[in-house]
Design a protein around this ligand. Structure first.
Ligand code: FES
Length: 124
């Protein structure tokens, strides 16, 4: 068995109707993951690249979020019409689809990476 070359994590998180943060399930996350899966299969990439369901990726204000690893590229506001471009340009050719990228300064993760020493300092 081999490692997957890439993994695409698609937010399919669902929240109750009227929730102030909304959710990617209501914006098409489930459909987008299915389109990615179908598109991978059509391109002969099943077993090499995987489209996995993710819970909330904490980018809820930016529509359906798709993260591509190991590239560490975060796409936001992904629509069904964007799926073929993500597959044909990014997955097959390694070209990032810049118009969909959530800029680093808008991501909600922490900016500073944790080194083993920093993590040890935070313990205790
Ligand atoms: S609900 Fe999809 S990123 Fe939060």
């Amino acid at each position: 068995m081999a490692k997957f070359k890439r993994q695409l994590f698609v937010c399919e998180n669902s929240r109750p109707p009227g929730h102030p943060r909304g959710c990617c399930a209501d914006r098409g996350g489930v459909e987008i993951r299915q389109l990615l899966k179908d598109g991978l299969q059509m391109r002969g990439l099943k077993g090499y690249v995987r489209a996995s369901s993710a819970g909330c990726l904490d980018q809820c204000a930016r529509g359906v979020t798709v993260v591509v690893y190991p590239d560490d590229v975060w796409y936001g506001n992904v629509k069904p019409d964007d799926v073929a471009e993500i597959l044909d340009r990014h997955v097959l050719k390694g070209e990032v689809v810049q118009r969909l990228v959530i800029p680093d300064h808008q991501l909600t993760g922490r900016e500073r990476p944790f080194t083993p020493d920093e993590m040890a300092e935070g313990e205790g």
